[in-house]
Design a binder for this molecule. Sequence first.
Ligand code: ZN
Length: 498
Amino acid sequence: MDLNTALNKLSQTEKKMYAYDHAMNAIYLDSVTVAPRDTVEGRGIAMGILSEEHYKAFVNDETEEILNTLKENEAALSATDKAKLRILSRSLEKTKKIPMDEYVQYQILTNESESVWHTAKEINDYSLFVPYIDKIVEANIRFVKYRQPDCHPYDTLLSDYERGITRDTLDNFFNTIKKPVMELVDKIKSVHQPDSSFLNKHYPVESQRILSDYIMQVLGLDRAHCTIGETEHPFELSFNKYDVRINTHYNENDFSSSLFSVIHEGGHAIYESNIGDSLQYTCLAGGVSMGIHESQSRFFENIIGRSYEFISYVYPYILKLFPDQLNGVLAYDFYLAVNKAQPSLIRTEADELTYPLHVLIRYELERQLIDGSITSKELPFEWNRLYKEYLGIDVPDYRQGVLQDVHWAGGMIGYFPSYALGSAYGAQMLYVMQKEFDLSKDIAKGDLERIKGWLCKNIHCHGLMLDPYDLFKNACGEFDPKYYINYLTEKYTSLYNI
Ligand code: ZN
C-alpha cells in the first residue's frame, strides 16, 4: 500500500468509527434522558451489534496495513498524521488483544449493569449489584492481563483515563494533599458556619431552567451548537465540536445543585467546542484525558463559578428570578453559602475542600478491589469505614454510600482519581494564568473571553495531538500539587477567617 492510499483509507476508517461512536452515543444519551425505564433489553441488542461493527471496522488486516505504511513513512508525515499514528497504534494494540466476543459481551454487561445499579440505588439494595460488580471487576482484570500481562492491572486501568499515571504517582499526590486538606477541614469544623438554609427553600424547576439558559449565555456557549437536557446524573456529551449536549438535574429543594452542575458541564462543553476544526471526525478530536477534562469543568465550576466576582456578576439575575426565596440575602451571603465546607456524604455535591477526600476513598477502594485485597461483599463496610476515618461521618444507607456513583456500574475503574488530579491541574493553570493577566477583573465584568482564549490556546485546540503529560507541561511546567494546596489554603483561610 502506498502512503497516499494509506492516508485515504485511514480517513475512511476514522469516519466509520466516528459514525458508530455517534450512533452509540445517541443511544446512550437517549437511555439516560428520555427513554422509558424498562427498555434495557432492546437497547442491549442494538448496542451489542453496533459495538461489534465498531470493533470490526477498526480491528482488521487493513488497519494493520495502513498503520504499517504510515510507520514506514513516518519521516514524511505531517504532525497531525504522526499524532494519528501514535494514537491509533496504541488503540489497536489495546483493542485487538481482547477477543471480539468478549469485547461485545462486556458492552452488553455494562449496559445491563447500569440499569441494575439504578434499581439497586433506588431501592437501597446493594445485594442486587454484587454479581454485576464482580463480573465487571473480573472482566477488567482479564482485559488488562491480555493487554499488559507484566503490568499491575490497576496501573493499566489508570493509564486508560490518564496516560502515564500509576499507583506511585497517585500515592505521592494523595500523600501530599491529604494532611493539609484534613487539617483545614478540622479547623473549619470548630468555627462558625455561614447560613446556607436559603439554598434549600423551594426553587421551581421552571425558573431554574431559565437560570440555566442565562448561565450558558454567560459562559458564552453557542446555543446553535450546544443544548441542555435533563437527566438523573448530570453529564456532558459531545458528538463533535458542533454538537455538544449538557445534561443537568433539577432539585427543587437544593438550588445550588443544578446551578453548579450547569457551570461544571459547561466547562466540559467549552473544552469540546474549542477543539481544532481540522481535527473533527478524526481520532484526534475530543478531550485528551479525563484528568484534563475535569480540570476544565472544575476550573469553571469552582475557580470561576464559586468566586466572589462571578457570584456578584450573576447574583442580580438570580435575585430577579427568586426574589422571595432570597429575600434579604446579599451576594456575599450567597457566596459564603455556596462555598460552605463541611464533611458530607455525596461526592458530586461536596464542597471544593472536602472533595478530594471523597476521591481518595474511591481510589483506595477500587485499587483494593482490583488487587483482590477486598471483595465486593466487603466493599460497603470498607466504604463506610473510610468515610468515618477521613470525613468523620456515618453513612446511613447504600444509596448515599457505595451505590451513589455510576462509574463502577458502567465499567469505569481507574476513572475517579482524574477528578482530584483535574482539580489540581486547574489550580496550577490558574497560577500560570494569573502571571499573565488579572482574571478577577474579567470575571467581575462577566467577561470570560481572555480566560477561554488562554485555555483554548494552551489546552482545548490541541485535542489529542499531545499526550496529557506533555500538553500540561507545555502550558504550565511540571505538575506540582503544591499549587492546589496553596489555592485551597488561601481560599478557605480567607473564607473562614482562620
Ligand atoms: Zn465532569
